[in-house]
Design a protein around this ligand. Structure first.
Ligand code: GAL
Length: 978
C-alpha cells in the first residue's frame, strides 16, 4: 500500500531538516510522501530555473532515500496548494494566453520549467534506484464547483501536452491524476486522456475551522468564503460531503486501476481574520481520522495521500491571498515539526496496521449496510472479503457518521470455525462516540491464524525463531475478544490480570476490558499485547534496513523491530549484540524491546549512547533514557538594542523618484480592462510580490477636495496614502476585501500651480488560486482606478515600484518572492549585517512610531543551543494592550525577517496569527542572528508593538541530524538600488 503524506519542501526552506520530516512520516508507518514543486518560486525570472540551495530537489530525494520514503512528484505546472497564483510565475500572468490552456504562448512558457523538472525527476525514478514512483501532471484539472459544462469544456489537448512534457523528459513511472469531482475524468478508458492511474481528491470535513459548520451545504463557493451556514452547533460535522459509495464508483470509473485517493483531507488552512491553524487540527482531529479515514479503507483504498501531513510555512510571500503565514494546516506534524497532536498517533496506528496486512490489498470491498452482520441498525458494517486469502476485514462505524452516541453492538461474522457472534463470552462491543473499528477474521500472523479479533491490530511481527508478537488495542473501557485454535497452546497471562479465557470447542477465546495497564497473554509461540489505545501510541514498529536496493524503503518482506518508548522512535537496527535505536524523548522515558528478529540481544544503544539495561518480569530488555533539559539562554528581544531607519523616505518632499519605473503602458493583456489612461497594474511592470508603492505627480489647481481610489491588494490587504508628507488616511484591511473603493477628503488647500505627489503604499497579499480556464489568478494588484476632484485622470502621471528588479529579482538564494517595495527591502537591509552604524537607536516595542509611516528596526543576538536538542522556536507578537481583532484597535502590520528570510506577516488589527515559528537553520542555533521588522503604522497616532519575544515551543532530546544553515548571505551594496 502506498500510504503517503503530503509535504512541500519549499515550505521548509532548510534542506537539512527534510530528513527529520521524512523520518517522522516513516515512523507513522507511512511508505510515501507526495510533494509539489512551485514553478513560481523556481522560475521567477523567465528562462532561469533555479535548482540548487534551498530549492534543490536532489537533496529532497537523498533525504527521502535515507529515510526510506517513496515519492509522488507533482510538478504542476499549476499546483494550487494555497500558493500565490497556484504556482504560476508572475511573468506568465502578464501574457495574453489563458493559463492552463493549450495556447502555444502559455505552453512555450511552461516548456523550460517542465523539461528541467522533468529531467530532475526522471533521474530520481525508482527505475534508476531513486525514490520517485509516481508523477502527477497538472492538478485537479477537472471541474471545480461553479464551473459547468465539463467534461466538454475540458481541454484534453492541454492535459495531453503536459503529459507529453513529462514523457518527453523520460518519465516512465506511472502517471497519476487527481480528480476533485470524483467523476472518473482522465481515468484510463474515459476517452479523455492517458494517465495510468486514476485518483480522486476529497475534503469531506470542508474548510471551516471555526467549528461552526452546519450540515447544510449552501453558499459553498469554489474555495474561500462561505462554506456553510454559520452559527450552528459547534459539534456538528459537515457530513454532507461524506462518501458512501466510493467502492461502487471506483468499479464504474476506473476498474483497471488501484483505488487511489491522491489527496484526502488532513486538516485545512485558514485566512486573515480567521482562526488559528490549531483549530484546523481540531476540525480534523483524531476522531475524524478514525471515522473518515477508516471509511476510506472500507472502500479498499490502495494509494492514500493525506494532504497535508506536514504543512510548514508560507514564508517570503509564497502563499495565496486567502492564507496567512502559517501553513501548519492542523496537520499530523505541526509547523514546528512537532508530533504532539493525537492524530499523529492515530494515523500511526492505522498505517502500521495496513502495512502488516497484505490481505487488505487483495480483499474485495463490499457495500456498507446499516444493521448488517447481526449488528443493530445504528451500526454500519462494511466488509472487505478475502480474495485469494481467508482473511476478511469488517469496518464498523456509527450508521450516522457523526453520532456521538455510545452504541453497543454484537456482530455475527463468518469464520473458519463457522459463524460466530462476537463477543462469545458475554457482554457487547461498544463504539464510544465518534469512532470506527476494524474487526478481522482469519487474519494471518505469519502462519498462525487469528480466528477473529474485535480489538484492533497495531502490528504483528516475527521475533527470533518461531515466535510472533501481536499488538492489539482498544479504547478505554471497551470490551474486546479474540480467538485462536486451541492446539496452539494454553493461553497464559504473563502480565496483568482481569482476563477471561475460555476453551470453546477447538478454540481458546480471550476476553478483556481495556484498562490503562497493559496485559500480555502467551499462547504457544505467540505473545499478545492487550493495550489501551493511548498506550499503543508509545509502541513503534520499526523496519530493519535491508540490502540495497531496498535499503530503508518499505517492502512486504521487511523484518520489524518492535520497541516501546515515548515521543518518537526514528530507526532501529541490529548492531552486533545490541540493538541501535535513534529517536527523541520529551520526558524521562523507558525504552523496552518488545520484539526483535535476532536472538540474544544484549544491549540497547540510543542515539549512539549505550544504555544501562535490565530484564525484569516479562520485559526482555529495557532501559531508561534520561531527560535533563539544558538551561536555554533565550534573549529578551524587547531589551536588546535596536536600530531604526525610516523606510518610507518617499513621503519626504526632497525624495527623488527619477529611477522609478514610469507607468507609461497604455494597454494590458489582462482580462480586466483598464479603467485608467495608463496601465497601473503592478504585474504588468514585473512586480508580483510583497508591498507596492505608487507615486502620482500632478500640478495643483486649487480644486482638490477629494481623492477617489479603487485599490487591489488581495484579501486582508491595506494601503496608506500621503499627499506630499501629509497623511491622508489608510484602508486598514478586512478579512473579506481583496479590493476596496475609498473616498478620501483632502482638507488642506493646495497651492495653485505647484507640483504635488501622492504616495500610496499597498500591501500585496498574493494572487488567488483558480479553476482551470478562468484566469482568475490574473486579477491585477495595484491601483485599479482613481479620480482627483477638479482633474482629468490624465493630469496625474504615475510611477511604481515593487521589489528591486522585479522579475530580475536580487536575491537568488531566497528566491523571487521574498522581498517587497519598501526602501529597506530594496536596499537589502533585511539581510544580515546591514550598514546600520549611523542609524538611530529606537525600540519597536518601547518606542515605536509616533506618526503614520513605516519604520525598519533591526537587532541581533546570539543563540547557543546544545547539540542533541531540538528546540523549535517562535517569534511572538504579543499585543496584550493592543489585542488584534479588536475593532478600532491600533492598526499596524509588520513583516518579520530572520537572517534575511521573511518569515512572517503580522496584522495587528486582523490576526489571527501572533506566533511565527522559524526553523533551526533559518535561525542560527550556534551563532549570531539578524532580525529585522518593518512596522507599518496606519493610524494618525502611529504605532508600537504590544510585545515581541522569542519563545521555545518544545525542548526535545533528539536523534535528528543537526541541520546546517540554509544559505544566508549578508548585506552587500545593491547596484542601482533606489
Ligand atoms: C486541493 C488542491 C490542493 C490544495 C487543497 C486544499 O483541492 O489540489 O493543492 O489546494 O485542495 O488545501
Amino acid at each position: 500500500m502506498i500510504f503517503s503524506g503530503e509535504f512541500h519542501p519549499f515550505r521548509l526552506p532548510v534542506p537539512d531538516l527534510w530528513l527529520d520530516v521524512f523520518q517522522k512520516i516513516k515512523a507513522m508507518g507511512f511508505t510515501g510522501v507526495s510533494f509539489y514543486v512551485d514553478w513560481g518560486l523556481v522560475e521567477g525570472n523567465p528562462g532561469h530555473v533555479v535548482r540548487d540551495g534551498i530549492w534543490s530537489l536532489d537533496k529532497f530525494f537523498q533525504a527521502a532515500t535515507e529515510a526510506g520514503i517513496y515519492l509522488i512528484a507533482r510538478p504542476g505546472p499549476y499546483i494550487n496548494a494555497e500558493t500565490t497564483a497556484g504556482g504560476i510565475p508572475g511573468w506568465v500572468l502578464r501574457m495574453n494566453a489563458t493559463v492552463r490552456s493549450d495556447d502555444p504562448e502559455y505552453l512555450n512558457a511552461t516548456s523550460n520549467y517542465m523539461s528541467t523538472l522533468g529531467s530532475i525527476i526522471e533521474k530520481a525514478q525508482i527505475t534508476h534506484g531513486g525514490p520517485v514512483i509516481l508523477v502527477q501532471p497538472e492538478n485537479e484539472f477537472t471541474t471545480w464547483p461553479g464551473v459547468t459544462d465539463f467534461p466538454s469544456q475540458m481541454n484534453k489537448e492541454y492535459m495531453a501536452d503536459v503529459e507529453n512534457q513529462l514523457l518527453d523528459a523520460g518519465i516512465t513511472v506511472p502517471l497519476i491524476v487527481n480528480d476533485n469531482e470524483v467523476e472518473g475524468y482522465w481515468a484510463p478508458g474515459s476517452g479523455l486522456g492517458a494517465v495510468d492511474i486514476y485518483g480522486i481528491d476529497a475534503y469531506p470535513m470542508r474548510y471551516d475551522c471555526e467549528l461552526i459548520q452546519s450540515n447544510i451545504a449552501i453558499n459553498e463557493d469554489y474555495r474561500g468564503a462561505n462554506y456553510a451556514v454559520k452559527g450552528a452547533n459547534p459539534s456538528v460535522w459537515p457530513t454532507y460531503k461524506f462518501p458512501h459509495n466510493w467502492q461502487t464508483l471506483h468499479e464504474q470509473q476506473s476498474p483497471t486501476t488501484p483505488f487511489a485517493i491522491a489527496e484526502f483531507q488532513g486538516g485545512s488552512g485558514e485566512g486573515w481574520g480567521g482562526v488559528l491553524e490549531e483549530m484546523c487540527g481540531e476540525l480534523l482531529n483524531e476522531e475524524a481520522v478514525r471515522v473518515v479515514y477508516k471509511n476510506n479503507y472500507s472502500f479498499g483504498v490502495k494509494i492514500f495521500n493525506i494532504y497535508m501531513t506536514y504543512g510548514g510555512t508560507n514564508w517570503g510571500n509564497l502563499g495565496y491571498m486567502n492564507g496567512y503565514t502559517s501553513y501548519d494546516y492542523g496537520a499530523a506534524i505541526t509547523e514546528e515539526r512537532g508530533i504532539w497532536r493525537e492524530k499523529f498517533s492515530e494515523e500511526k496506528l492505522e498505517a502500521n496496521f495496513l502495512k502488516v496486512s497484505p490481505a487488505y490489498l487483495t480483499a474485495t470491498p463490499g457495500i456498507g449496510v446499516n444493521g448488517s452482520y447481526g449488528a443493530p441498525a445504528s451500526i454500519a458494517v462494511t466488509p472487505l472479503l478475502g480474495n485469494g486469502t481467508h482473511t476478511n476485514f469488517y469496518v464498523v462505524r456509527q450508521a450516522d457518521f457523526s453520532s456521538t452516541d455510545n452504541t453497543q453492538y454484537t456482530i455475527n461474522l463468518p469464520t473458519s470455525i463457522g459463524n460466530v457472534t462476537i463477543p462469545q463470552l458475554g457482554g457487547s462491543l461498544t463504539l464510544y462516540g465518534r469512532d470506527s473499528k476494524f474487526h478481522v477474521t482469519d487474519y494471518d500472523l505469519g502462519g498462525i491464524n487469528l480466528i477473529y479479533s474485535s480489538a484492533e491490530i497495531l502490528t504483528w511481527a516475527r521475533g527470533a525463531g518461531s515466535t510472533r508478537v501481536l499488538i492489539l488495542y482498544g479504547g478505554a473501557g471497551e470490551r474486546h475478544e479474540f480467538a485462536l485454535a486451541r492446539h496452539l497452546g494454553n493461553p497464559t497471562v504473563t502480565e496483568g490480570s482481569g482476563i477471561s479465557i475460555k476453551q470453546k470447542g477447538s478454540t481458546s477465546v480471550i476476553q478483556w476490558e481495556v484498562k490503562p495497564d497493559r496485559r500480555i497473554v502467551r499462547i504457544g509461540d505467540l505473545e499478545v499485547y492487550l493495550l489501551w489505545r493511548n498506550d499503543a501510541y508509545n509502541y513503534w514498529p520499526l523496519e530493519v534496513t535491508a540490502a540495497e536496493p531496498i535499503g530503508n524503503f518499505s517492502s512486504p518482506s521487511k523484518e520489524l523491530i518492535l520497541v516501546k518508548a515515548g515521543y518518537l522512535m526514528r530507526s532501529a537496527s541490529l548492531c552486533g549484540e545490541n540493538i541501535c535505536l535513534t529517536g527523541d524523548v520529551n520526558a524521562t522515558t523507558e525504552v523496552e524491546l518488545i520484539s526483535s528478529p535476532a536472538k540474544n540481544v544484549r544491549g540497547i544503544l540510543f542515539n549512539g549512547e549505550k544504555l544501562k539495561t535490565s530484564t525484569t518480569g516479562t520485559k526482555t530488555l529495557s532501559a531508561t533514557v534520561d531527560y535533563n533539559p539544558p538551561r536555554l539562554d533565550i534573549p529578551v528581544l524587547e531589551d536588546l538594542s535596536w536600530k531604526y531607519l525610516d523606510t518610507l523616505p518617499e513621503i519626504a518632499t526632497s525624495y527623488d523618484d527619477s529611477r522609478w519605473i514610469n507607468c507609461s503602458k497604455t494597454s494590458t493583456n489582462n482580462p480586466r480592462e483598464l479603467s485608467t489612461p495608463t496601465n497601473l497594474y503592478a504585474m504588468d511592470y514585473g512586480f508580483h510580490t510583497g508591498s507596492l508603492i505608487y507615486r502620482g505627480h500632478f500640478t495643483a489647481n486649487g480644486q482638490e477636495s477629494n481623492l477617489w481610489l479603487n485599490v487591489s491588494g488581495g484579501t486582508g490587504f491595506s494601503h496608506s496614502v500621503w499627499l506630499n508628507d501629509m497623511f491622508l488616511g489608510s484602508w486598514t484591511g478586512s478579512s473579506a476585501n481583496s479590493t476596496v473603493i475609498q473616498d478620501i477628503p483632502i482638507t488642506e488647500d493646495l497651492a495653485i500651480g505647484r507640483s504635488y505627489v501622492l504616495t500610496i503604499l499597498i500591501d500585496n497579499m498574493g494572487q488567488d488560486e483558480e479553476a482551470p480556464g478562468t484566469d482568475v489568478i490574473k486579477f491585477p494588484k495595484g491601483i485599479l482606478n482613481y479620480e482627483l476632484s477638479g482633474h482629468d485622470q490624465s493630469d496625474i502621471t504615475w510611477k511604481v515600484t515593487g521589489n528591486l528588479g522585479g522579475e530580475q529579482y536580487q536575491d537568488l538564494i531566497r528566491g523571487p518572492l521574498n522581498e517587497g517595495s519598501m526602501y529597506a527591502e530594496r536596499q537589502g537591509y533585511h539581510y544580515p549585517k546591514p550598514p546600520n552604524a549611523d542609524w538611530k537607536v529606537s525600540n519597536p516595542v518601547k518606542t515605536g512610531l509616533a506618526a503614520p509611516g513605516v519604520g525598519f528596526y533591526t537587532t541581533s543576538f546570539k543563540l547557543e543551543i546544545p547539540d542533541g536538542w531540538d528546540v523549535p522556536m517562535s517569534f511572538v507578537f504579543n499585543s496584550s494592550a493592543n489585542t488584534h481583532n479588536v475593532q478600532g484597535g491600533p492598526n499596524y502590520r509588520c513583516q518579520l525577517f530572520v537572517n534575511g528570510y521573511q518569515f512572517g506577516k503580522y496584522i495587528n488589527n486582523l490576526g489571527p496569527q501572533t506566533s511565527y515559528p522559524v526553523p533551526e537553520g533559518i535561525l542560527n542555533y550556534s551563532g549570531t542572528n539578524y532580525v529585522a521588522i518593518t512596522l507599518w503604522a496606519q493610524d494618525a497616532e502611529g504605532a508600537q508593538l504590544g510585545g515581541f519575544s522569542l519563545v521555545p515551543t518544545a525542548v526535545i532530546r533528539s536523534g535528528y541530524s543537526k541541520p546546517g544553515l540554509a544559505p544566508q548571505p549578508s548585506w552587500t551594496r545593491r547596484p542601482g538600488a533606489y
